[in-house]
Design a binder for this molecule. Structure first.
Ligand code: FPP
Length: 233
């Protein structure tokens, strides 16, 4: 029996260390990492994975040195303006989760434009977590639920897993089946804390810039050998 596989989530870690190990500035790692984003999004689609969520920038990443943040933002501008066309041509829908208002206005505009442009693409969905933090997302949902209860639009008794999921940024996307973190670290770093409740975790030593479709396929084969019990026997 094989496990259903709809959604893969990835923490793309190790760009900086990859660059330093090649004698390059950290920003070169992000540049290579962005190219890998396109390759892996296409590969996941080819493998029939309907949803791919990538952690591109956390709320904590704002605390990095200004020149690194600036480089990441200019890479993002470049991908939003041009390089994501490749994914649009592949019939991939692109959407974003996170605290958008923290990003520069022109980036927010480009994000909305890309979401609109790709809204009717049907092969797969690429969800990019940008300025994202899971605790902030949960706080946002709790405030919304409290407001609904206060206004009489919702009863306390009706609060359940479904209604909480429906208040998260990921409301239109099923929970991930697989979580991958590259480059050897084994932690969640405030990524999809609610949504990953039953995901299967995979940690690889490969740095994100060296991550390939082949390795993704190996992880998926391994996933097929795992027994998912969801707390049952
Ligand atoms: C983690 O490596 C990676 C990031 C903080 C940024 C991820 C961004 C990209 C892959 C490129 C931009 C994405 C798009 C969508 C165009 P790290 O810098 O923490 O590496 P380290 O742990 O080795 O220092």
């Amino acid at each position: 029996m094989s496990n259903a596989l709809e959604h893969i989530a990835i923490i793309m870690d190790g760009n900086g260390r990859w660059a330093l190990s090649h004698g390059l500035p950290r920003t070169a790692g992000h540049k290579k990492g962005a190219e890998v984003v396109i390759e892996i999004a296409k590969a996941a689609k080819e493998m029939g994975v309907k949803y791919l969520t990538l952690y591109a920038f956390s709320t904590e990443n704002w605390k990095r040195p200004k020149d690194e943040v600036d480089t990441l933002m200019s890479l993002l501008r470049q991908y939003l303006s041009k390089d994501f066309d490749e994914l649009n041509k592949n019939n991939i829908r692109i959407c974003f989760i996170g605290e958008r208002e923290m990003l520069d206005a022109d980036i927010q505009t480009k994000m909305s434009e890309l979401e609109n442009l790709t809204a009717n693409n049907t092969s797969a969905t690429l969800q990019i977590a940008l300025s994202y933090g899971s605790r902030a997302e949960i706080i946002h949902a709790v405030k919304q639920i409290a407001t609904n209860v206060k206004n009489g639009d919702m009863s306390i008794e009706s609060i359940d897993e479904k209604s909480i999921s429906a208040m998260l940024y990921t409301k239109n996307v099923p929970d991930p089946d697989i979580l991958i973190r590259t480059s050897g670290e084994q932690r969640l770093s405030n990524f999809l804390l609610w949504q990953l409740a039953y995901a299967e975790f995979f940690f690889t030593k490969t740095a994100w810039p060296d991550f390939t479709a082949e390795e993704l396929k190996k992880i998926v084969s391994n996933y097929q050998t795992r027994e998912r019990r969801y707390g049952q026997i």
